[in-house]
Ligand binder design. Structure first.
Ligand code: GTP
Ligand code: MG
Length: 205
């Protein structure tokens, strides 16, 4: 699938403020600083569409981007605030939890959640817990391993394998997974083709 345009729509502080649910929507979530906003820019081929930062906690709201693909289909990418940002207060953490839970459980046109995992690390409890929660809520998701360009040869594969092995304690089947680099643009085609196939089976609300 090819994208012809991507534009910012709106930032919402709560699920209720989100724009009307119409075309298929895909949201990016994961630990703060894992590369969610960078991946949206990489996919859309636009440097500054989503705001990125070297400091964790940059994205604080639910950000909607409207994408038009070559076949004239309109769909949405959503940049979400990350979890696991260390210096956050209890109250802010609760707010994040409420915002995210309502959005991912209630958003009618959310087709699939992309859970980003830093490919440089061994399995982290915070990611595994978040994914197990998705299972309880029965939210469809895939895994996207990020920042592969930062790894020495072999390390990405090793970390992906051990993450999937850790998941297998709770999951019978591994979820679909992708390896990406926003810097080298690796994994772009695979992600777009996957979204394209989900777009084709999306039925109007
Ligand atoms: P929050 O909005 O704070 O939750 O972070 P985020 O997940 O949106 O991360 P963001 O895209 O802002 O990226 C965080 C940092 O990682 C930035 O300095 C990016 O340049 C860097 N980064 C993101 N993706 C990649 C990648 O694939 N390779 C490399 N080398 N750096 C990356
Ligand atoms: Mg961000």
């Amino acid at each position: 699938m090819e994208i012809v345009s991507g534009k910012y729509v709106i930032s919402s502080a709560t699920y209720k403020q989100c724009p009307p649910a119409e075309g298929p929507e895909y949201a990016f979530i994961g630990r703060s600083n894992v590369g969610k906003s960078s991946l949206i820019n990489m996919i859309t081929n636009q440097h500054n569409l989503a705001k990125t930062s070297g400091t964790p906690g940059k994205t604080q709201l639910i950000n909607h981007f409207e994408i038009i693909s070559k076949n004239k289909k309109k769909w949405y990418l959503v940049d979400l605030p990350g979890y696991g940002y260390a210096t956050v207060s209890q109250k802010a953490r609760r707010n994040w939890g409420n915002m995210i839970e309502s959005y991912i459980r209630l958003r009618e046109n959310l087709v699939c959640l992309f859970v980003l995992i830093d490919s440089r690390h061994s399995p982290q409890a915070i990611d595994l817990e978040f994914i197990n929660q998705l299972g309880e809520w029965q939210i469809p998701f895939v895994l996207v391993f990020t920042k592969a360009d930062k790894n020495k040869p072999g390390a990405t594969d090793r970390n992906v394998k051990s993450f999937l092995a850790a998941l297998s304690e709770n999951w019978e089947e591994p979820p679909p997974n992708f390896v990406t680099s926003a810097v080298k643009k690796n994994g772009r085609k695979e992600l777009l083709d996957y979204i394209g196939s989900l777009n084709s089976s999306f039925t109007k609300l």
